[in-house]
Design a protein around this ligand. Structure first.
Ligand code: RI2
Length: 294
């Protein structure tokens, strides 16, 4: 699929999830590179990259991955680029596998875990833990796009006990089921350890804080934001109001797709490089994104 079509599918959320949108974007740049016949490759690749980066503003995995392809293009021959992109994509899928192994160790037999939205990092971690431990997952619907239905279906398919609840039932569910841990994914991790994730995450974090329940984030390091290290702010995407419901005369609507959870509410961040406190985000950025920060 070409970058323009891919950008459209990312914007419409036909392709979604912070890791999947990054991989789809770089795969489209790989195919573009393979089919390129012009004479101004870097300039033309940068135009395609810009289309992809504009498709959704919050998940920094997207610009990180696209910028890395541009970095590779500027430091290697065009003929080498497709193979280098394939290698990068393989590394990202391996990162997901590695973090799931590490994260599974923080899940105990008999845990009741609440999650929000639909995160492959979360689901692979739960699936890995469920190989040897009894786990019951409580998942929210996640209005307005109801990604929680994908989570519930996935867990049911893998015979992991799962209960679907309303977003507004989180506090009641924590009390009713005796939730032991919260495990959520991430779209972006800022340099100060704050996490951008699906709207409603920060409310869950504040409830977990009140109940003194561990709030854990599962995320690959590709979602750490070098730009925030340099002082930039992460834009919270606002989506079509009609995702909430059809227009109502005399009623305005507001539909932010993400929110930020402050580091104080986050106990651990599980990555493929290990488990860190949110305040160690700086270390990850220095080690993993030196090329970007120069
Ligand atoms: P993985 C999703 O956003 C959710 O916020 C999810 O937690 C996050 O991306 C990470 O997903 P959306 O694409 O990369 O549903 O862990 O708007 O799959």
């Amino acid at each position: 699929m070409n970058p323009l079509e891919t950008a459209k599918k990312i914007k419409s959320m036909e392709i979604r999830g912070a890791l999947e949108i990054a991989l789809a974007a770089v795969e489209s740049l790989r195919d573009y590179t393979k089919g390129y016949r012009g004479s101004t490759f870097i300039r033309d690749l940068e135009k395609q990259a810009s289309l992809l980066k504009k498709s959704r503003p919050t998940a920094v995995s997207l610009p990180n991955a696209v910028d890395y392809v541009l970095y590779l293009a500027k430091h290697h021959d065009r003929q080498e680029l497709p193979e280098l992109i394939d290698k990068f994509m393989k590394e990202q899928r391996e990162a997901l596998f590695k973090l799931s192994k590490i994260g599974a160790k923080r899940i105990e037999d008999g845990d009741i875990i609440l999650t929000h939205c639909n995160s492959t990092a979360v689901l692979e971690t739960i699936r890995e833990a469920a190989k040897t431990k009894r786990i019951h997952v409580i998942c929210t619907e996640t209005r307005p796009r109801n990604q929680g239905y994908l989570t519930a279906s996935y867990l049911a398919k893998h015979k992991i006990p799962v209960t679907l609840i309303l977003d507004s039932a989180v506090r009641s569910a924590i009390e009713h089921f005796g939730v032991k841990k919260i495990l959520i994914g991430a779209d972006t991790v800022a340099a100060n350890g704050a996490v951008a994730n699906k709207i409603g995450t920060s409310q869950i974090a504040s409830i977990a804080h009140e109940f003194n329940i561990p709030f854990m984030v599962a995320t690959e390091t590709i979602k750490f934001s070098p730009q925030t290290f340099l002082g930039n702010l992460i834009e919270i995407e606002e989506r079509e109001h009609t995702e909430i419901r059809p227009k109502m005369r005399g009623v305005t609507m507001w539909n932010p797709a993400f929110d930020f959870t402050p580091p104080e509410y986050i106990d651990i961040i599980i990555t493929e490089d290990g488990i860190i406190s949110p305040h160690m985000a700086y270390t990850i950025l220095k080690e993993k994104f030196g090329w970007e920060l120069k």
